[in-house]
Write a protein that binds this ligand. Structure first.
Ligand code: ADP
Ligand code: ZN
Length: 218
């Protein structure tokens, strides 16, 4: 099963994607995480991507498509995968189609802008293992230390308030049109992001179960 998670930055799609990835035992591919790895490793791609990421803009489609293509070629993607943060533009979605990647389900996690701002300002991430937390909604049980690998948690550069506004603008301008794009293809389901992560997870799994039930009947 190939699933795309859509949603504004901070809507919680990364958390849901991770969760579904574990339950369905298929890899979760986050282009944001791939870029952050490339930045940390100081590769050519990383150096190019960093300036766009730090401004809250999108990395150009050519670079993004390449990093995704490399990842999708790995054998663990054969039995399905989750895309978190790709596509983010209509041309990226068209690229998937043109390369024959079949998308079964697109789950849009909807959260209004004012909530998004509140959430992002509390977000903390682990620079070592990539785990993501929120000081109120999903605190690490070890405080400012990662519960998984014991590294000190950080605020991502692009989670700083001045960058958050421009990321939201980018989302509304460039990524939101994908909702109609996938609605027209009949694969879009919307999940309203809840206060509690577990409640959003329940709704997300309902959508997946409904999809599975439907495809069995057909
Ligand atoms: P979030 O979902 O919280 O915005 P991500 O970790 O998905 O954060 O992405 C971080 C940054 O990486 C984005 O702001 C953007 O600059 C870049 N990026 C990630 N995915 C894409 C993509 N599909 N196209 C272009 N840029 C991307
Ligand atoms: Zn960690």
């Amino acid at each position: 099963m190939n699933i795309i998670f859509l949603g504004a930055p901070g809507a919680g799609k990364g958390t849901q994607a991770e969760n579904v990835s574990e339950k369905l035992n298929i890899p979760n591919i986050s282009t944001g995480a791939l870029f952050r790895e490339a930045v940390a490793a100081k590769t050519d791609t990383g150096l190019k991507a960093k300036e766009y990421m730090d401004n809250g803009g999108l990395v150009p489609d050519g670079i993004t498509v390449n990093i995704l293509k490399e990842r999708l070629a790995k054998p663990d993607c054969e039995n399905g995968f989750i895309l978190d943060g790709f596509p983010r533009t209509v041309p990226q979605a068209e690229y998937l189609e043109e390369s024959g990647v079949v998308i079964d389900l697109v789950i849009d996690i909807y959260v209004p802008d004012d909530k998004i701002i509140e959430r992002i300002s509390g977000r903390r991430v682990c620079p070592m293992c990539g785990a993501s937390y929120h000081i109120i909604y999903k605190p690490s049980h070890r405080g400012n230390i990662c519960g998984r690998c014991e590294s000190r948690l950080i605020i991502r550069d692009d989670d700083k308030p001045e960058v958050v506004f421009s990321r939201l603008e980018t989302y509304h301008g460039q990524t939101e049109p994908l909702i109609d794009f996938y609605k027209n293809k009949g694969v879009l389901e919307t999940v309203i992001g809840q206060e509690e992560v577990d409640d959003t997870s329940k709704l997300t799994f309902e959508v997946i179960q409904n999809f599975n039930a439907k495809t069995k009947i057909e």
